[in-house]
Design a protein. Sequence first.
Length: 268
Amino acid sequence: MGTYNIQLRGGMDAKATFSCGQAFRWRQDGDAFVGIAGGYTAQVTMNEDTLTIKTDGNENFWRHYFADELDYNALRNTFCEDERLAPCVQYSTGIRVLHQPFFETLCTFIISQNNNIPRITGIVSRLCEAFGDKLTSGEYAFPTPQIMAQQTIESLAPLRSGFRAKYLLDAAHKVASGEVSEQVLAQLTTEEARNKLISIYGVGVKVADCTLLYGLARNEVVPIDVHMRRAMAELFPTGLTEKTLPYAGIAQQYIFNYTRLKGTELKA
DNA sequence: AGCCAGGGTCTGC
DNA sequence: GCAGACCATGGC
């Protein structure tokens, strides 16, 4: 168990980052957040732009996870040059797009289809408790592709993942066999990698794009779901600006959170 | 009760 | 290529 201080340029709003629909394994614990990724547990607190992590894992894993290579001050300045995007950025300024492990991300967004965030969280949690290694922290790691490839529709029934169970099995089979390989995907163009991901049963463009953005650090990819389709039509009928495009996936996260939560705010 | 939730597949035109 | 039915589950 080690404690590490990591400087995040532009800081991070942990609550917003963990609850904006990109990651599903974090919970609040007092003024800290506890989460699991890559077989490691982390307890996270923010102070100014310093992220403090107590973890059974290594520092470099979490540095990459929290995208410490990106200066979010610079990024937000660029985004806010577009006056349509500025209100979205200002609405939840501290969101960072996390770099999550590939297989976990793939499975999580298979589970996300035609589903809502609380129930996605529940299914992922049951999946980990049923088939993941128990860590010294008492938390459960995300299951390996090999373990998941040994499962059946019946053994996955306790997850209550519905019609998605067969999709999880095909994803596990293709990753465990190497037919879909993170190392290979990393060498492909985004277009080629997307097509490879879509070869998995139950993975369409949206799930593939979430995997590319959140699980393979393709910052330019914009997953389009019902919220984003509406938001783009209403707020960005002419598309995003040229300067935003290389990081359009990150801009997308601000837009998604803005439109999703603005709606519920107005109801309240 | 019916609609919706960070969709995808399959069928029929 | 595109529309529409269908797919499990749970909250509102």
